[in-house]
Structures are given as C-alpha cells and as structure tokens.
Design a protein around this ligand. Structure first.
Ligand code: Z5A
Length: 215
C-alpha cells in the first residue's frame, strides 16, 4: 500500500462486536489491499505492563475498593506505555496499528459512566498523550441491554466493570454518542444489526476512506 501507516481504533460498549470488527478490518487491509505490515493491539493491554494493569483493573485486588481516580490513572498508565512502546514505534516503521479501544473509552466510561470531571480528563489527556489521536475510529453503537446480553451468553462470570448498573452503561453510551457526533473522525455504526451487516458497513466506509487517503 502506498499510503503511510495509519492508526485505526474500534470503540463501543461490551458486546458491540469490537473484537470481531478489529479482526475484520485487519482482514480487509491484508486481503483486499495486500497490507503485510499491520499489528492488532488492545487498550488497556498490548505490553507486559499494560496487560498486568488490565488484569488489575478488571479483577481488582481482593475486596479492596478501587477509587475512580485510581482506576482512571491505571488506564492512562497502561495507555501511555502502549503508545510509547508499541503504537508510535510501529507507525514510525510504517506499520499500521489497529486497536480494540483507546482514549475515547476513558471519556465514555470514566467521564460518562463514573462522572469524573471533564476538565480533569482533558488535563490528563494533554499531559499524557497530547495530540496523539487515531486517524480513524469506528464507534459500534449498541444499547447496553443488547450488548450485555451477548456477553452474558458468551460468559456468565462478569468482571469488575461489567458488573456496573444499566444506568452506568447508559451514561457511557450517551457520552460515546455525543462525542461521535462532534468528531468527523469517529464513524458511528449501528451494532444492533447482524455481524455480517456491521462488517459490510465497515468495509464500505473503510474503502471510501482509504480512497481519500490515496490507496
Ligand atoms: N475501559 C474503561 O473503563 N476505560 C478505558 O479507558 C478503557 C476501557 C480503555 C475492558 O474490558 C474494560 O475496560 C471495558 C471498558 C473498560 N469494560 N467493561 N465493561 P474488555 O476489553 O475485556 O471488554 P470489552 O472491550 O468490552 O470486550 P468484549 O466484552 O469482548 O466486547 P466486544 O469486543 O465488543 O465483543 P465481541 O467479542 O466482538 O463480541 C461479543 C459477543 O457478542 C460474541 O459472542 C459475538 O459473537 C457477539 N456479537 C457481537 N456483535 C454481534 C452482532 N452484531 N450480532 C450478534 N452477536 C454479536
């Protein structure tokens, strides 16, 4: 591919189909565009430290309450490590990066869900990641009831965040939708459709976007 490497992110509530969308995007880039230099990663995760933080965040430590601010800082610690150790070095070697979640998740879950002050989130983002943003984000929009029921069918043991209330996930979703409506680099896909239709929409948009990029 002649186009310089890009950073593409998939966002959404649990059960929105992010993981399969990430794989689909990679398949499209490899099979239809012959791209070989491509990695898939996830946030939180993608490095040893970030994967350890991911475990801590999801499982907690015994019964100790994790405060909202401690949780937020763990997400940013995991993210900065992923950016500096994996994402930026890959892009600089012209390797494309596709990530399951990124910074928008903190705004939706910690800002929307936990109601952490937006000024604090912005300050942290400016301090830690500055202007480093994805070239393109697909936001898979699904209602919490549909998303969580898909997850529950897959696995009946829920992690610390998945055990939050429906109100929490409704706030997360509202925040995602609001932010997607304000940013032209975030493409909303209706994830209530069949997986096949979701993937078809992703393909159509990606194809158009790549053409604009000169592919
Ligand atoms: N979090 C945060 O709070 N702040 C942050 O800054 C960041 C994250 C970065 C990460 O956990 C948790 O951290 C997450 C947000 C929070 N917490 N919660 N709750 P995770 O990575 O383990 O969880 P996840 O990101 O939500 O992944 P997931 O549960 O695997 O969801 P998914 O990737 O969207 O789902 P999937 O594996 O693609 O699909 C799930 C199932 O649904 C599967 O059986 C599919 O076949 C089915 N599915 C998906 N789409 C469809 C459609 N369209 N039709 C029918 N069935 C479908």
């Amino acid at each position: 591919m002649r186009v310089r490497s890009k950073f593409i992110v998939v966002e959404g509530l649990e059960g929105s189909g992010k993981s399969s969308a990430v794989k689909k995007i990679a398949d499209i880039l490899r099979q239809k565009y012959g791209l070989v230099d491509l990695i898939i990663t996830r946030d939180p995760g993608g490095t040893l430290l970030s994967e350890s933080l991911r475990n801590l965040i999801k499982k907690g430590v015994n019964d100790e309450l994790i405060t909202d601010h401690a949780e937020l800082l763990m997400f940013y610690a995991a993210r900065v490590q992923l950016i500096e150790q994996v994402i930026k070095p890959s892009l600089s070697k012209n390797i494309w990066v596709i990530s399951d979640r990124y910074d928008l998740s903190s705004h939706a879950y910690q800002g929307g869900g936990r109601a952490i002050d937006v000024m604090l989130l912005k300050a942290l983002r400016n301090l830690v990641i500055k202007n480093f943003q994805p070239d393109l984000t697909f936001y898979l929009d699904v209602s919490p009831i549909v998303g969580l029921s898909r997850i529950f069918i897959r696995d009946t043991s829920l992690d610390r965040i998945e055990r939050e209330s429906l109100d929490f996930f409704n706030r997360v979703r509202s925040c995602y939708r609001l932010m997607a409506s304000k940013n032209h680099r975030i493409i909303t896909i209706d994830a209530h459709q069949t997986l096949q239709d979701v993937h078809k929409e992703i393909f159509i948009y990606l194809k158009k976007w790549l053409m604009v990029q000169g592919a």
